[in-house]
Design a protein around this ligand. Structure first.
Ligand SMILES: Cc1ncc(COP(=O)(O)O)c(C=O)c1O
Length: 428
């Protein structure tokens, strides 16, 4: 039996089946460096998914790894019962690089926890309970985060929260065809107004949205969407939580935060994933009055852990030094150009969409718009056979997610796209 199969057999014996790997023949990873991942049989793959948009500066990046190793030898753990300076440094960086008055941070270990903290702060600040989230959104796997998530696949155990409402998302490709972009935004606005008027007491704690829906299949709202939605949120007493867990830290190209492309100001933002290049982190940043409203004490044993903070600080400084938001914009423009060509060439590619290095291809049955999840599965397997890792997502599991590390080279974009082109032919 191959080494991979031996590990897989052991995996199945001791790991919950709910931790389900990708691929017909799951990838058993041995090691990784920069843009590449190797499996236990020593096959090399170009990684265009980065552990779900988390490896933002390449695997085991030398500069970041060195700083993490140094920290590990200096101070490993304190909790917030004692103060460590590196946590303050990261919070200062977050305050500097996020827009507007987002100034105070609370650190945790995952995106789900960052969302939990955001909801708690919003409820304590406003005195209201209802949170409005978007259909097709993904917020994580804690019970609160799962109840905010609007994908049946990711809502397990009859999870429900009486204080959560879901409203229409601005998903142009799957909106009725006769609707213009402006009319779709209008429909979303009406749905939000009506939901607040009919299913709440007229007051809400928060409106939570990802600037681009990640797990939802890189659904990218029209430019006018957030500026039309937010006055209604504010009128109902709610704050705006921008979930930047996928879109943050330069991913969308040209800006540090995805929401900056829409020119609106969140009251709270959540980060995780790419913020620390693979170390487990959650970060909630808020305007001072919202942060201060979370009165009393709340404790996270590993939140703000010095080793994780060293990883975050090294990652953010690496991004600044190498101007990775700009690289994401430039490389992303070329990636988008190539994906648009595929949408023209292959009749089962319904749409290419996204921003920066967060680009998706929605696969459909030829000649229509019916989602084709089987072909999306075949595609990630075909790409893997040819040495490229890409992801998938979308409510119907039919969207390919392509998200290389932010320091990707021009050559690797071409190589990755050439492999995508060949794999699209394989599954034709
Ligand atoms: C937008 C978004 N929010 C929240 C989460 C939850 O993060 P985590 O898996 O770190 O708990 C995710 C994870 O994919 C996400 O994409």
């Amino acid at each position: 039996m191959s080494v991979a199969n031996q590990v897989l057999e052991r995996y199945e014996r001791v790991i919950f089946p709910a931790a389900k790997p990708y691929h017909e023949a799951p990838l058993v990873v041995s090691h990784a460096k920069d843009q590449y991942v190797w499996d236990v049989d020593d096959r090399r793959y170009l990684d265009f998914f980065g552990g779900v948009l988390t490896i933002s500066c390449g695997h085991c990046n030398d500069e970041i790894t060195q700083r993490v190793a140094n920290q590990l030898r200096t101070l490993q753990h304190t909790t917030t019962l004692y103060v460590n300076e590196i946590m303050v440094q990261v919070a200062e960086k977050v305050a500097e690089l996020t827009p507007g008055r987002l100034e105070k941070c609370y650190f945790t270990n995952s995106g789900s926890e960052a969302i939990e903290t955001a909801i708690l702060a919003a409820r304590m600040y406003t005195g209201n309970s209802t949170v409005i989230a978007l259909r097709h959104g993904y917020s994580g796997r804690t019970l609160q985060a799962m109840s905010l998530t609007a994908h049946s696949n990711w809502r397990l155990g009859n999870v429900v929260d009486a204080n959560v409402r879901h409203v229409r998302n601005p998903y142009q490709y799957r909106a009725p065809e006769w609707l213009s972009e402006d009319e779709l935004v209008e429909l979303c606005v009406e749905d939000l107004e009506e939901t607040i008027a009919t299913t709440t007491q007229g007051k809400i704690a928060a409106f939570l949205a990802e600037p681009i829906q990640g797990v939802g299949g890189f659904v990218t709202p029209p430019k006018s969407y957030f500026e039309r939605i937010l006055p209604i949120v504010r009128k109902a007493g709610g704050v705006f939580i921008a979930d930047e867990i996928q879109t943050g830290w330069g991913r969308t190209g040209g800006k540090w935060c995805g929401i900056e492309h829409w020119g609106v100001q969140p009251d709270i933002m959540t980060f995780a994933k790419g913020m620390a290049n693979g170390s487990p982190i959650g970060c909630t940043v808020a305007i001072p009055e919202v942060a201060d409203a979370l009165a009393g004490s709340t404790f996270s044993t590993f939140g703000g852990n010095p080793v994780t903070m060293a990883s975050a600080l090294a990652t953010i400084e690496y991004m600044e030094e190498h101007d990775l938001p700009t690289n994401a914009a430039v490389r992303g423009a070329r990636l988008s150009e190539r994906l648009e060509e595929f949408a023209q060439e292959f009749n089962f590619v319904g749409e290419a969409r996204g921003m920066g290095l967060m680009q998706g291809l929605e696969l459909v049955k030829p000649g229509g718009k019916e989602p084709d999840p089987a072909r999306a599965n075949a595609m990630i397997d075909a790409a893997k056979s040819r040495g490229l890792l890409i992801g998938k997502g979308g409510l119907y599991n039919n969207v390919l997610r392509i998200a290389p590390h932010l320091n990707v080279s021009a050559q690797d974009i071409e190589t990755g796209c050439d492999i995508i082109a060949q794999a699209l032919v394989d599954i034709s």
